[in-house]
Design a protein. Sequence first.
Length: 115
Amino acid sequence: MDFSLTYLFGRFFYRIYAFFHHWYIDGSAAFGRRLMAALAAADRSFALRVTVRHFFEPLYKDYTIVGRILGVIFRTGRLALGAVVDFAIAGCFFIAYAIWIAVPFLILYYAAKTF
């Protein structure tokens, strides 16, 4: 009888530990992977790395003065738009992650408050 109570007591605390490990460690890793995937998808659309690499090159190989000036102007706009989109994606993920972190504590808080 003593062994079964010890076993159940140990499993109870192990399950609490396993829940928090799964929720925070594994959940944080999943959020990080999804954030990187979303930023990579946005980079495929806006091509920020390629735009920075070819920033001072003219668009469509138009080496006239107008082509050189418009290339820098359009690439600056593309970089600004891409940066805004990247910050918006990161901001949305940060808000979702903050809610994810707070949910177990809020559940425990409201459960303790009702008693």
